[in-house]
Design a protein around this ligand. Sequence first.
Ligand SMILES: [Zn+2]
Length: 473
Amino acid sequence: MTVERDEARWSAHAKLRTLLRKFSVAAFLLLLPALASAGDFLWLSDIHFDPLADPQIVEQLAAAEAGQWRAILDAGSAKFPGYGADTSWPLLASVLEASAKTQPDSAFTIATGDLLAHHLRERFNGIASAHDDPAFRSFVRKTVAFLTLELKQSFPNKPVFVALGNNDDECGDYALQPNGPFLHDTAPFTTGLAGVADSADYARYGVLSAANPALKKHRIIVLNTVFFSARYHDACEHPSEDPAASELAWLAAELAHAQAHHEKVWLVYHIPPGIDAYATTHPKQPSPNPPVVSLWKETYTSQFLQILAQFPSVTGPNFAGHIHADDFRLLAGAGGGAPFVIDAPPVSPITGQNPSFRTVEFDSSGQLLNQSTYFLKNLLETAAATPPDWEREYNFQTAFQLPSSTRHNIRFSARRSLPPRTRPSSGRLSMLRPRRREIRLRPRTSADITALLAAVQRQFTTRVFRRQNNETV
Ligand SMILES: [Zn+2]
């Protein structure tokens, strides 16, 4: 009887809570006009441009300057890529056109890393007649120069903030040489796109700091988190210094400077901190309970969090890529006001997603109000010359009935995105303090990660991918 009474009481409470929640959502929505938008920015991630998609024109590209590439690529025969391939010229041209048209008044653009296609060196060696190190370095420099020209032309007079990804170097995956040839070759392009005059920091570490062009007393700091990766190694030269430690010291100094000037900072980078869900669920050594793999070395994760915790009033949202999925992360251990990381889905369909880009709206205090994800819904048909059809997949406010993307609301939406069956505490994957709308996911094993991925991604991330194939998602 007690149990039944408790259940009845619980159910009454649940109904009341639901009513209150509906009421508060309605109240939030009524308040929406009060949260005035101060502007928006465009977001492209994991472009993975492949200039080798048409092997017939590679010699021409290698011999030409970047300014001549567009004409050569236009005359080539590359088509839109299928799932499992990187971004060919037609897809690159299409995503730049679609994003610029969707949000013509965007204040700026961010590109969260991986400009270059996978396995560029190996494939270049197999196609280009001259493929020694200097020839490849020149080809990579031209590829980045060409991307710079295209970004400038697509978003004229608007800054573009480019973070480097693990594929962005000529030395190999996760092998960028600090202060090396790639950084020196590309620093003028990348800092030029951002409107930053001094390229010394970029040439050394691939980092830059710039005033936020749309918000007073706000900065954008681009980090190179490849140096923090557990997979990073300087394959081209024995490192004379620890680039990650030096970069973190630079970040701490930048945040201290921002604090002294009463500025807030948004961070833009490629590899986010936290768990590498793919590596954890695909262990190299078969094991009944393989360890959880982190994306960053643990020491750099904790140093990064410690640095952010020293400047709680400074750091705002973090924007990342790399995961090739629509993802978000709440940074733990850096205090209640710790920032969150939003991860954008990729332009490249190499891991089976439809090409995507995102727009993000913010208010004058730098709080994120809304974000919309757009995707190319007819990727397979475009290879047969059907015009590309970009469509908005969802926006945050409508999907989650929340007025803004604050840490609190992202945490709330994370809880909502879990299907009810996984909500009650299950030990490791426990959801605590439901009344405070707070979720704490503490995965300890790969089995937890698998459960978490299945639960969250099915509900939140992959709902409409491959919609054109009428796949059940
Ligand atoms: Zn990538």
